[in-house]
Design a protein around this ligand. Structure first.
Ligand SMILES: NC(=O)C1=CN([C@@H]2O[C@H](COP(=O)(O)OP(=O)(O)OC[C@H]3O[C@@H](n4cnc5c(N)ncnc54)[C@H](OP(=O)(O)O)[C@@H]3O)[C@@H](O)[C@H]2O)C=CC1
Ligand SMILES: O=C1O[C@H](COP(=O)(O)O)[C@@H](O)[C@H](O)[C@H]1O
Length: 597
């Protein structure tokens, strides 16, 4: 039985009954609140959801409020209400409701997808926004603007977007009607990324749709990083909200190394405060990554085992069975370490290894993640193996080499594969190798965390198999595809003899839940609209993450270290096996029994 199953789990728009009429609530507020009159101000309505305990009220919105309200956040929380002669503290949510600051009737959210003509916008952002609309998770008054240099009419944008919208398999009802309604709320504005004038025109368009309601604005920077700064400057000067919040989602890559990342952060902070910046790492929005903390902190059977005492090593593995096709130009400036390891895999590692946060609040979780990152030693050359895929012919088809891509220099040394060993220098993880492996054009598409446990001391059944890797438990968190959590255990094969077998206790999501899993971008967009920062990267996390990889990246590039070539569609360079073997480890995804699952 599910503990709770709200329709739109994180949205009050769908969950909460309509509030009392605003006039009544303001009257109630003015008669009972011991605070100065509050200016009309908009907030997104906030969540009160059983399933997301930390969302009881939105501290973020309270902070946003504080910027324009004549009182500090601390004072706000101190506000008292008087009910039947009894005085008690009010929650931030009550505060906003009582003050009439956030009602679905008087607030708007305008979402501008900057770079709307691009790949990510089409593939992920518009479909995610539609899915949220379909699930009634978007506010009542919302408008979506596409912004890019390409010339397009609203109709052309809608045609482009409509090609990538889909309804979930379990949600086919009224699908085309919903799509039409959604597309009717999408508009396009063509402009340059560095033109304040063009953003001022966008501002006018947004205002028309806001129709005098209180204004909240979200800008999604789905553009190459070299133009982030231009857009942030122009949007903040000419198109930010005058009376509500303005937030900016920034896509990765956030810089190329410590210096460029710090420069980007400094640049962004000329126009935005940290709370307005939502640095997205879409892996944090994946269901199984979100579930990591639940698995660990809500199950007594796991938490006590989560340390060097019982865990022999942890493996974070990302593999794709396709190359950089179509994105070679971007990829060649970054390589797999910056593209996947420094962000997606490291974020998963931090969530996996962090200490128990004080609460589920964004800052408490991010504080713990930073501590883990800061406890790690920067990578050295000897901790890493790099590879690059080469052409391979199979079944009469020739798969291209990385350097066959026209946008990639023929002599490129950019790694498309890397394996690394990292250590966390703290009491919990001292001496436990954390292995990472990420590669493109490999034999399979899969992302998983594999936790290999130590062997049982004095194992009575040792004589039935001495291979440590076969006899020890392994917990696998398969992030994608076929989301699953399974635990490899030893058991007796039924029968009169005594033969041991390895079996899986398997939680396969598709078998357990009929509901389709939302795309990571849905969760993250909803969070950004709601001001929930838990799944976004804070600037100090970013700094700590770059500090781990920057010296290595510099050395690889300065010494022009050649990557080991591996055939397209293979299991990657042999060097990765030697690297693991140095630490007496085998890659769990390549062990033969893996393929039985
Ligand atoms: N695509 C993906 O799967 C992923 C992308 N990302 C990140 O998301 C962002 C967007 O990605 P994606 O959509 O693939 O990017 P695109 O290369 O498709 O660029 C998006 C839009 O930006 C404009 N643009 C492209 N190049 C330039 C340039 N040199 N100068 C000015 N404008 C330019 C174009 O619009 P126009 O010409 O109309 O102005 C283009 O349609 C990037 O930061 C990327 O790293 C992150 C994860 C995955
Ligand atoms: O950020 C990126 O992620 C994708 C993989 O994302 P997934 O959700 O499809 O697993 C990767 O292909 C791309 O190179 C990288 O920039």
């Amino acid at each position: 039985m599910a503990l709770s199953s709200p329709k739109c789990p994180s949205s009050q728009f769908a969950l909460r009954p309509s509030p009392a009429p605003r006039s009544q609530r303001v009257a109630a507020a003015s008669s009972s609140l011991s605070c100065p009159p509050i200016p009309r101000r908009l907030f997104s309505k906030r969540v009160s959801s059983q399933s997301r305990a930390n969302r009881r009220w939105n501290v973020a919105s309270v902070h946003d409020a504080a910027r324009t309200l004549p009182i500090s956040p601390a004072k706000e929380i101190d506000l008292k209400k008087v009910e039947n002669g009894v005085s008690s503290a009010i929650s931030a949510e009550e505060y906003r409701d009582l003050a009439g600051l956030s009602t679905r009737e008087n607030s708007t959210v305008s979402i501008t997808v900057v770079g709307a003509s691009g790949d990510l916008a089409k593939k992920k952002i518009f479909p995610a926004l539609f899915a949220l609309y379909y699930e009634d998770c978007l506010p009542e008054h919302f408008t979506i603007f596409g912004y890019a240099r390409s010339k397009m009419t609203d109709t052309e944008l809608r045609n482009m977007v409509s090609k990538t919208l889909t309804c979930r398999i379990d949600k086919r009802e009224n699908c085309s009607e919903k799509m039409e309604q959604f597309l009717g709320r999408c508009f396009y504005h063509s402009g340059q990324y560095d033109s304040e004038e063009n953003f001022a025109e966008l501002d006018k368009e947004i205002k028309k749709h806001e129709a005098g309601r209180l204004s909240n604005r979200l800008f999604y920077l789905s553009i190459p990083p070299n133009i982030f700064m231009d857009v942030v400057k122009c949007a903040s000067k000419s198109a930010s909200s005058a009376n509500g919040w303005t937030r900016v989602i920034v896509e990765k890559p956030f810089g190329q190394d410590s210096e460029s990342s710090a420069a980007l952060t400094r640049g962004l902070k000329q126009f935005l405060v940290e709370d307005q910046i939502f640095r997205i790492d879409h892996y944090l929005g994946k269901e199984l990554v979100e579930n990591l903390s639940v698995l660990r902190f809500s199950n007594l059977v796991f938490e006590p085992l989560w340390s060097r005492q019982y865990i022999r090593n942890v493996q974070l593995i990302f593999s794709e069975d396709f190359g950089t096709e179509g994105r070679g130009g971007y990829f060649d400036n970054y390589g797999i370490i910056r593209d996947i390891m420094q962000n997606h895999l490291l974020q998963m590692l931090a969530l996996f290894a962090m200490e128990t946060p004080i609460s589920l609040d964004a800052e408490d979780i991010r504080n713990e993640k930073v501590k883990v990152l800061r406890s790690m030693k920067p990578l050295q050359l000897e901790d890493v193996v790099i590879g690059q895929y080469k052409s391979h012919t199979k079944g009469g088809f020739t798969y291209p080499a990385y350097t066959d891509d026209k946008t990639v220099p023929r002599d490129s040394l950019t790694p498309t594969f890397a394996a690394a060993v990292l250590f966390i220098d703290n009491a919990r993880w001292d001496g436990v190798p954390f292995l990472m492996k990420a590669g493109k054009a490999l034999h399979t598409r899969r992302t998983e965390i594999r936790v290999q446990f130590r062997h049982v001391p004095g194992n009575l059944y040792r004589s039935f198999g001495t291979d440590l890797d076969r006899a020890t438990n392994e917990l696998v968190i398969r992030v994608q595809p076929d989301e699953a959590i399974y635990l490899k255990i030893n058991n007796k094969i039924p029968g009169l003899g005594m033969r041991l077998d390895r079996s899986n206790l398997n939680l396969l999501y598709a078998a357990r839940y009929s509901k389709e899993i939302p795309d990571a971008y849905e969760r993250l967009l909803l969070d950004a609209i709601e001001g929930e920062r838990r799944l976004f990267i804070r600037s100090d996390e970013l700094e700590a993450a770059w500090a781990l990889f920057t010296p290595l990246l510099k050395e690889l590039e300065e010494k022009r270290i050649a990557p080991e070539l591996y055939p397209y569609g293979s299991r990657g360079p042999v060097g990765a096996h030697y690297l693991a073997a140095k630490h007496k480890i085998r890659w769990g995804d390549l062990s033969s029994e893996h393929y039985k699952i």
